[in-house]
Write a protein that binds this ligand. Sequence first.
Ligand code: NOJ
Length: 535
Amino acid sequence: MGQPTHALTQHDWWRSAVIYQVYVRSFADGDGDGTGDLAGVRARLPYLAELGVDALWFSPWYLSPMKDGGYDVADYRAIDPAFGTLAEAEKLIAEARELGIRTLVDIVPNHVSDQHPWFRAALAGGPERELFHFRSGRGAHGELPPNDWPSQFLGSAEPVWTRLPDGDWYLHLFTPEQPDLNWAHPAVRQEHEDVLRFWFERGVAGVRIDSAALLAKDPALPDFVDGRGPHPYVDRDELHDIYRSWRAVADAYDGIFVGEVWLPDTERFARYLRPDELHTAFNFSFLSCPWDAARLRTSIDETLAEHAPVGAPATWVLCNHDVTRTVTRYGRADTGFDFAAKAFGTPTDLALGTRRARAAALLSLALPGAVYLYQGEELGLPEADIPLDRIEDPMHFRSGGTDPGRDGCRVPLPWAAGAPYAGFGSRDEPWLPQPADWPAYAADRQSEDPGSMLRLYRAALRIRRTTPGFGDGPLSWLPAPDGVLAFTRTDGLTCAVNLSERPVDLPEHTQLLLSSGPLDDKGLLPQDTAVWLHA
Ligand code: NOJ
């Protein structure tokens, strides 16, 4: 505690780290073709160092037909040519390290792209069919899917089975271009452990595991019978053996894992974080929680209680490439996040949402454990409305067009207010259109504005790095009026957040370290404002 988390020698850095998610396609376009790339990231490493993050998590950068934004991987050992080359990725990893920044890659083990050599060979009728889930259909002529499983894209009415001309069906929990692997097959396990080694050998410090609770399937592929017995494909016990082997691979390199585990059952969630399994998992209950003091406090308490028995640090996440951007969500009447409730045209008050997002940033950065930031969160970017004819996300299409999809949080970043495409790239239009007011959010403009979101994040990350008490460690709640969250950490560090309508007194302190907005003229903490104090 109190150690600079960026010290590259620090073995348990991940227990307190601030990890920044890079969605390469939308981060920065180095070659001007409208798509973000590794050259763009390399040019912005000084920006990330100045922001003060400890590590970068790259959403999949591998060879991919991009049917699901790169989560359809055709080759786990090659960089997509739109992004660059493997040699550039190696340079990027090394250059980031020079700046004290570690790298995490994103492994997608549940499925591959339909262009992956294994699936192509399977379609050609080879023995590779055993590496997937191929079945005959039901009905007199096999014309019905083998079972009734619901799609993992919520709101999707599409089946999770696709029929081939030869009459067989194959399973895909996501799009038809993402066939599910058969994790009961030893070659699937072997291959993924080799892929992990491949990236650890290249100097990555950790791996984010996509859809981590979905890999194992009931071999009988039975119908989905709600609530009775183990689920046929979510959170099956067989997964833990897989992750124990992965942990042995990671330990040889001092590497870490963060699992994408969406599970409402806290006890089942914590099983993934036992000391010989994953180091951490994303805290989606905090992400989904409405802006409400009592509910946030419950979410925080439950998070800490579920992690304590397994000795794993919590993670705090407000957004990522799949969910509605924070400032938009917090400005709505319903401030929680729910995939099933996404709709076009939900009204939002961005000034209110931004005030709350600033307070939420200080709250999450003061909680015990690690924090994930999603690119553009530090710029306070809102969710963008994407014209219907420009939407690319399969979630939109698989919902029959009712779900806006996830492109609204994936819009290319604004870097320079006066430059074409707000400085994202130089020549071609970005792959997703930027809203007209994007220049107002540009990083260069925010750099000059002491009241900007970027300046708040820079200040917060600098204080979090250099002041004892942040990161992993204990938390004690302080007595506080209704609607106010106040807690102390070690070394006299205190955080208070006022979600009530009335301004409140600050907890006892000797020094105001940082506030998310101005105090009122009586020195009270106004609504939707957070402070860090030294007692
Ligand atoms: C979770 C990823 O975050 C999401 O973007 C993707 O669509 C699914 N997994 C399928 O890989």
